[in-house]
Unconditional design. Structure first.
Length: 71
């Protein structure tokens, strides 16, 4: 998926490969993943950044909340 492709582009091992993890690289990944949230939401439905007060909606909205990385 998008996250795996971005990890590969950044030269990081697969998220499940705990033996090959580098703490500094994983910290960089946390920030990149946080920045990708609206992009991923758009690919799966609609980005929360695209919502406006004028937008007509019906049904139930669901929002996934990602933790904010600490710097």
């Amino acid at each position: 998926m998008q996250e795996q492709a971005e990890r590969e582009r950044m030269g990081l091992p697969a998220a499940c490969d705990r033996n090959a993890r580098d703490d500094d690289a994983e910290e960089e990944w946390k920030w990149r993943a946080f920045d990708m949230d609206p992009e991923i939401a758009s690919a799966l439905g609609i980005s929360p950044l695209a919502l406006t007060a004028a937008m007509r909606v019906r049904g139930v909205g669901v929002l996934a909340k990602a933790p904010v990385p600490m710097r």
